[in-house]
Design a binder for this molecule. Structure first.
Ligand SMILES: CC(C)(COP(=O)(O)OP(=O)(O)OC[C@H]1O[C@@H](n2cnc3c(N)ncnc32)[C@H](O)[C@@H]1OP(=O)(O)O)[C@@H](O)C(=O)NCCC(=O)NCCS
Length: 180
């Protein structure tokens, strides 16, 4: 795809434990709003108010089962991904982690930030001791589907009624990857 922004000098993906800098929170909320308006694809169909999104993202790293990874280009956040660890009672699936809410702002796409976020999520999942990473995605998210296949995720199933967006029922594709 043709990127809207010039190639960045630096790309970085990092885990965030808390937001010390409000500029990071604003940038993340702005990127998420733009991504939701463009296609959704990570839960929201309509973007919430910026203050609501900022409150949401401020809370994510505080949830014990969540890991928030943000993606920066030249220091500015343009995307993110989250890991959802299994709840403590789920011993049978304690070896598997769910990846979700992976997005890059439309104007920052095509520079490799989504791939870097995915690789960082895998690295973090491995470091936390997980053996399997699971993810699911709407059938309409063509770029994401191509990325996950290119990165070695295995599509094991299709749910025909996975999401409902503006009155239309959409299929969802389910993937996994062995980490160990
Ligand atoms: C999927 C998404 C995160 C990709 O972001 P990105 O930063 O542009 O992706 P990258 O630049 O890292 O591209 C990595 C790979 O993704 C695939 N890809 C990216 N854009 C693509 C497109 N428009 N068409 C087909 N494949 C595409 C390619 O395999 C690409 O690798 P290549 O450049 O070596 O060919 C972005 O399009 C997005 O936010 N989409 C909406 C949200 C979403 O669908 N999330 C997934 C479900 S939660």
């Amino acid at each position: 795809m043709t990127p809207d922004m010039p190639p960045p000098a630096t790309l970085l993906a990092e885990c965030i434990d808390n937001f010390d800098d409000d500029a990071d929170l604003h940038a993340l909320a702005e990127a998420a709003t733009a991504a939701i308006l463009e296609s959704g694809g990570f839960g929201w169909v309509k973007p919430p108010k910026p203050a609501t999104l900022e409150q949401y993202f401020r809370g994510v790293p505080l949830v014990p089962e969540r890991e928030l990874i943000v993606g920066r280009m030249d220091g500015v956040i343009y995307g993110a991904v989250q890991l959802q660890k299994p709840s403590r009672n789920n011993e049978a699936q304690a070896f598997a982690v769910q990846m979700m809410h992976h997005f890059v702002a439309p104007y920052a796409r095509g520079h490799g930030l989504a791939r870097l976020l995915l690789q960082k999520a895998e690295e973090r999942a491995r470091a936390l001791g997980f053996h399997i990473i699971n993810l699911d995605v709407r059938a309409t998210q063509q770029a994401a589907l191509a990325l996950y296949e290119a990165e070695g995720f295995i599509r094991w199933g299709v749910h025909p009624a996975y999401a409902r967006v503006r009155g239309t029922t959409l299929a969802g594709h389910f993937f996994y990857k062995k980490l160990k």
